[in-house]
Design a protein around this ligand. Structure first.
Ligand SMILES: Cc1cc2nc3c(=O)[nH]c(=O)nc-3n(C[C@H](O)[C@H](O)[C@H](O)COP(=O)(O)O)c2cc1C
Ligand code: SF4
Length: 652
């Protein structure tokens, strides 16, 4: 990596125990669901980490690996290292990382109460105390003394296997409310024995694990990942975390990795889009001060720009910077940053499409980087004969598809009916707290220019116009149209989509939003944020609001909606009709209500705008329909559709 760099601290070497890392960028552990069902390493997993390591991070931390699969698995598919048969796969994984010049680190983990009997062949989860997990809808069984002692040994055994596999460093997953954190936390450790009862005894299990693991790994560095605040009443607070960090370093940890949160507060771990950049650095700074140089501190959490990472080191918040999702969206973040090519970084927007995929038990993916989770596959075939392609639609799928085609050697024309590029991204970015999405739009616009795509805005993509280009391939990314509902647009009744797209003004109020899906909820929040009184009307129950939204985002969105003084929620209520400025509603049990409104915004769903597909089929032109033109979805669905379609094209 270049010695001349715009970020000299970030790209300076750093000591970690007896190792020296080439720079201070660490890839944070992120589960991928790419292991096989028995917990073994797969080729997809090796390819995933090889690609991340090739991007230039000083150390790459492999996702949480289970030290005891009978009770410790945290998900249906999880990497493991609790048996000798698993060592060979890990050896391939560690070598793939080291071959790219990064230090290979493995995170060791036991889920404790944060798992479900579904992942444990029906067995009841175990924990320090029988403290219910509402998230997993289960109450664990309290471990007995001998079981706790045995677990210390199981962490050490897994660490010894990791050394045999060739990992150069180990991280203990003591954060995010898993077993190690459960022992430390007064919220989950209600014991009164040598493993709990006061702060000193709550430290006994994590300290014992640190000592035994350290003994098992010799002079390799041991990182301890800690939640510096759990954000639940009675959970670990920053003072307790600082004291624990000092004790864990005294027990043998070579670095403290400062994260936050537990399963009940996932929003403080895999931060949703609304969360401010770098907000956890204050927690890291506090622990770094308490450690007073006894061990380096790794800071993490929504660190997206090299400038923020550099400043965090300069200000003394952290010695190393861990990047999670930023390295999914762009594994070359470190190399680009080191070379000062900051604008070239594909920016993670915290959209959490990746998390949503894991929640649905799929392999890891990224909204912006479709190769994630499939790095073992070849990308789109390169065309040397420069065939012509037309992309119809300048939303996220169309823009990303046009860039992919151009990168693969096609001569690409992109036709967009509106006067500007953006489409669905602009619509999604309009509600409060979602402006990070515009980073991605701006990135795509830049890439379109760099790859020489002929962008024609203000040009509706009709069949004749497309065929005039004589394309060898057409990507239909024409988005969606308003679905016909019981109440039609007209007068004060306007599709919410048109307002979000900026095609129609918002207001005047009071505003009635009809539809309790994600769009309806977000539109209600937007209208309230702009000062209007809002009636959010949905035929569904209140529990079903925004039900298809990503889990972490949904929870924070609903909290804000319910707390907003200007939003009235009318659930199980139908909008019968609108007469002048009066909305006529039918509530539960047929109760009727009349509300005076300045505007009624319809958020009743959209349907694919896929008419061009028929025309292209009739003309015999090879084509693919993607994104909302195929089926309603998120930005990640459209972009990944584009990759699938282009990758699936037959070779020239
Ligand atoms: C898909 C995904 C999987 C994750 N899996 C783990 C994990 O296995 N172990 C862990 O300690 N943290 C895990 N995390 C949390 C990340 O390590 C990181 O702390 C978090 O994403 C915030 O950092 P970021 O904003 O740089 O992504 C995961 C996060 C994501 C997005
Ligand atoms: S899916 Fe979204 S949040 Fe996840 S890495 Fe990609 S851009 Fe970031």
């Amino acid at each position: 990596m270049s010695r001349m760099t715009a970020f000299p601290l970030l790209f300076s070497p750093v000591r970690l125990g007896r190792l020296t890392l080439a720079n201070r960028v660490v890839m944070a552990a992120m589960e991928t669901n790419l292991a096989d069902p028995s917990g073994a390493v797969t080729e997809a997993l090796v390819a995933h980490y090889r690609r991340r390591a090739a991007g230039g991070a000083g150390m790459v931390t492999v996702e949480y690996a289970c030290v005891e699969q009978r009770h410790g698995r945290g998900s249906s598919i999880q990497l493991a290292l609790d048996e000798d048969r698993l060592v060979a796969g890990h050896a391939r994984l560690a070598a793939a990382i080291a071959d790219q010049g990064a230090v290979a680190c493995l995170q060791l983990h036991h889920a404790g109460r944060q798992t479900s009997p579904r992942f444990l062949d029906g067995r009841q989860p175990v924990a320090p105390s029988a403290h219910e997990s509402w998230m997993f809808r289960t109450t664990p069984r309290a471990l007995d003394d001998a079981e706790v002692e045995a677990l210390v040994g199981q962490f050490a055994d897994a660490a010894a296997r990791a050394v045999a596999a060739g990992y150069a460093a180990i991280e203990l997953h003591g954060a995010h409310g898993y077993l190690l954190g459960q022992f430390l936390s007064p919220w989950t450790n209600r014991r009164d024995d040598r493993w709990g009862g006061d702060a000193q005894r709550r430290l006994a299990f994590p300290s014992a694990v640190v000592r035994r693991v350290k003994a098992a790994i010799g002079d390799r560095p041991l990182v301890y990942r800690l939640s510096a605040e759990e954000f639940v009443p009675g959970g670990i607070d920053p003072d307790e975390a600082a004291a624990a960090a000092c004790a864990l370093v005294a027990a043998g940890a070579d670095a403290i990795h400062v994260s936050t949160g537990i399963a009940e507060r996932l929003d403080t771990n895999v931060d949703p889009i609304a969360t401010a950049e770098g907000w956890r650095l204050g927690h890291a700074r506090r622990i770094r001060r308490a450690l007073a140089g006894a061990a380096p501190v790794i800071g993490v959490g929504v660190i997206r720009s090299p400038a923020m990472a550099e400043a965090a080191i300069a200000e003394g918040s952290a010695d190393l910077i861990a990047l999670g999702r930023a390295l999914l969206a762009d594994p070359d973040w470190p190399r680009k940053a080191a070379a000062g090519r900051v604008a070239a970084i594909r920016p993670c927007t915290s959209c959490n499409w990746c998390i949503q995929r894991l929640g649905q038990h799929g392999g890891i993916g990224c909204a912006e980087n479709p190769a994630v989770g499939r790095d073992q596959l070849d990308g789109p075939a390169i065309r040397t004969n420069r065939p012509r392609a037309v992309v119809a639609g300048g939303g996220p799928g169309g823009m990303a598809g046009a860039v992919l085609l151009a990168e693969a050697g096609w001569r690409v024309t992109l036709l967009e009916a509106s006067v500007r590029l953006g489409g669905g991204i602009d619509v999604s970015a309009r509600p409060p707290f979602k402006d990070k999405l515009l980073w991605y739009r701006d990135h795509l616009v830049r890439r379109l220019a760099e790859t020489g795509v002929d962008v024609q805005c203000g040009t509706p993509a009709d069949a004749a116009g497309i065929l005039a280009h004589d394309p060898a391939f057409v990507l239909v990314a024409t988005g969606s149209l308003e679905r016909d509902g019981e109440v039609a647009p007209g007068g004060i009744v306007v599709p919410a989509y048109d307002v979000l797209a900026g095609d129609r003004p918002l207001g005047p109020g009071p505003i009635l939003v009809y539809g309790g899906g994600e769009t309806g909820c977000e539109t209600a929040e937007l209208a309230a944020a702009e000062g209007w009184t809002v009636h959010l009307v949905t035929r569904s129950t209140a529990r079903q609001l925004a039900r298809s939204a990503e889990l972490v985002y949904r929870r924070t969105l609903l909290q804000r909606l319910h707390a907003h003084p200007r939003i009235e929620l009318l659930a199980e209520t139908r909008l019968a009709r609108v007469e002048g400025d009066q909305a006529l509603l039918e509530g539960p049990g047929g109760a009727r209500r009349r509300i005076a409104c300045g505007q009624v915004l319809l958020a009743q769903g959209r349907r694919p705008a896929d008419g061009l597909a028929t025309a292209m089929a009739a003309a015999g032109v090879p084509h693919a329909v993607i994104g909302d033109a195929r089926r309603g979805g998120r930005i990640g669905d459209a972009v990944n559709d584009a990759w699938d379609a282009i990758r699936g094209l037959p070779p020239a």
